[in-house]
Write a protein that binds this ligand. Sequence first.
Ligand code: MD3
Ligand code: FE
Length: 199
Amino acid sequence: VEIAPGAVHTPDWLSLVEQQRLVAACREWAAPPAGMRHTRLPSGGVMSVQTVCLGWHWTPYRYSRTTEDGSPVKALPGWLAELGARAVGDPGYVPDVALVNFYDGVAKMGLHQDKDERSDAPVVSLSVGDSCVFRFGNTENRNRPWTDVELRGGDLFVFGGPSRFAYHGVTKTVPGSGDPATGLTAGRLNITLRVSGLD
Ligand code: MD3
Ligand code: FE
């Protein structure tokens, strides 16, 4: 389902086994060093979402090979990059960054653009666990028009072309809506795959 030019939502794209594999892998990636943490914002606040990065470590405005405490960033495994290529339908799509976001029952993500990558290659988004309301806005500003879409566990979204630099965010999650058979019994995981354009 194309919700805007270049923004394609495929509900129920991940199999249960793939979701189970992602949940188990996220548990390993979340462990220190270079594990999951609330990203610190330049304003001094922290994001309500918790994030672990693979390949490159993201902080607002900057990617680096090490975390704030100097730990080496975990590798992005080949199987995850290949899942991304299958999602885009292009074997030449080779993501080198994954951001793994965990939402507890109250976490949200305000409307923002993803502009820290030096590439306009598509972003692949994979969701597991609780549903959320995903807000997809316009390229100009944080105001309307926007479209609210329910994203559920197992869903795929690809953001390419004119949608790559649109404002977007998560206005709420729906606690208890996920399938516990994935191994995730509370909360929402979102894994985005990106091309950093860095070496
Ligand atoms: C549209 N994550 O990590 S996924 C993010 O559900 C982020 O955790 C949200 O926004 C989440 O930056 C939304 C959907 C998404 C991700 C990246 C995009 C939509 C996007 C990049 C460009 C345009
Ligand atoms: Fe984003």
